[in-house]
Design a protein around this ligand. Structure first.
Ligand code: CTP
Length: 404
């Protein structure tokens, strides 16, 4: 298989320095990347950096390498165009259909997915001119990422930060897997997603935990936010994952804390997805001080049953609210994964259940995932193997269809 061709446009903002890391991530995951910066981007990062990291020449204007008609060829050949950062000026020029440099010329020619990742000061992002430009670009089919909030170049904070390069790379890969993975069909919706594993404390330093990385729940939150939803992510323990852009993150520890956070967030939400690996049991008592060894046989550990948060959310479901569960199954000698999934859907009473096969090489700690999406209406869809973001996009398709 030939490497997917990505055209990485870089506009002239301070966040341009992060495009070098994005480039690295894209090349390391097997993409062939051609970097097309604007003249002003080169004020921030030298062409040599992009050339060395991409292994390809770097030009900004339409008058270099004229015989190969670059300003047409690069856009035509690309499987994906990513512009990160996309400044307010670049967005405005894209709206006008300018073609006065290689990047804007390529944008006019590209017929592949165009993924624009804005980064600018909050005032610029919120200005009616930029709002209108973003709306126009989205209407025309470009995917314009919601920026992250946080510290900007100066002392100011607010929306406008370039999202984490790992998140941009993850969504870029998603668009190569599925060009229509990020429609704005959750605009005006509020969704809640749980992720990661809970930690059930035994004493001040010890806990019972599980192997959940939280990646699937984080992917769900990222994809929902980029489809226009207001997202609350209730996160237990995860691998080291950066907060997704445009997502409110609520960190919790134990199942009981997750239960409280989920009930609070679910009020008035359009959809609630339990992707967390909630511990079924917790130590029945929490030692006030660290448990010490004294040479004698250790005491047996007594466990208490945790509440089933998903079942409680189903019981408290508001009219029209869509509740989604996950089932991690290994199957056994008598019953296969799908059959266990069907039984769990019936038992839990949720609207949708995503059934994963787990075990050696299965979903946990893995970047890929596959399974079946079962509906209370009897619908069964195979979710083929792909990134966790791809699975997330399929799940939100089903949720959006139920909300419509
Ligand atoms: N879940 C939950 N609260 C729990 C346990 C699980 O909300 N205390 C949710 C999970 O987030 C997931 C779904 O329930 O969405 C399925 O979890 P699972 O552990 O597979 O189901 P169980 O009912 O525990 O079934 P079993 O252990 O028998 O497979």
């Amino acid at each position: 298989m030939t490497a997917p061709k990505v055209l990485l446009g870089v506009a002239g903002g301070i966040a341009a320095y992060k495009s070098a890391e994005l480039l690295r991530r894209l090349t390391e995951t097997g993409h062939s990347v051609r970097v097309v910066p604007t003249e002003s981007a080169l004020q921030f990062v030298g062409a040599a950096t992009f050339e060395a990291l991409s292994g390809q020449p770097v030009h900004t204007g339409v008058f270099t390498d004229v015989p190969s008609v670059q300003h047409v060829r690069l856009g035509q050949e690309a499987d994906l165009v990513v512009v990160a950062p996309a400044t307010a000026d670049l967005l405005a020029r894209a709206v006008q259909g300018r073609a006065d440099d290689l990047l804007t010329g390529s944008l006019l020619v590209a017929r592949c997915p165009v993924f624009l990742v804005p980064a600018m000061h909050t005032e610029m992002w919120e200005h009616p001119a930029t709002r209108a430009n973003v709306a126009t670009l989205r209407e025309r089919g470009s995917i314009v990422m919601e920026p992250a909030s946080g510290r900007l170049t100066g002392k100011d904070t607010g929306p406008g930060r370039l999202p984490d390069p790992a998140e941009i790379a993850e969504l870029a890969r998603l668009l190569l897997e599925r060009a229509d993975a990020l429609p704005r069909d959750l605009e005006g919706r509020r969704v809640v997603v749980s992720a990661g594993g809970t930690r059930e404390p035994l004493d001040p330093v010890r806990y019972l935990g599980n192997r959940s990385s939280g990646r699937q729940g984080y992917a769900l939150a990222k994809v929902a936010a980029q489809r226009g939803a207001r997202v609350t992510l209730v996160a237990g323990h995860t691998a080291e994952l950066a907060d997704p852009a445009a997502v409110e993150v609520v960190k919790v520890g134990s199942a009981l804390e997750m239960r409280e956070a989920m009930h609070a967030a679910a009020k008035g939400a359009d959809a609630v997805v339990m992707a967390a690996a909630v511990a079924d049991f917790r130590p029945s008592s929490l030692a006030e001080h660290k448990i010490k060894k004294d040479g004698s046989e250790p005491e047996a550990l007594h466990l208490a049953l945790n509440p089933d948060i998903l079942a409680e959310l189903v019981a408290a479901r508001e009219p029209g609210q869509v509740v989604v569960g996950f089932a991690a199954e290994t199957g056994d000698a008598t019953t296969d994964v799908l059959e266990y999934g069907r039984r769990k859907l019936a038992k839990k009473g949720c609207d949708l259940l995503l059934v994963n096969w787990v075990g050696e090489g299965g979903a946990f700690e893995n970047t890929e995932n596959q399974g079946w999406l079962l509906g209370a209406d009897g619908g069964e869809t195979v979710v083929p193997n792909g990134s966790k973001a791809l699975l997330a996009s399929r799940l939100w398709d089903a949720v959006a269809a139920r909300l419509a």
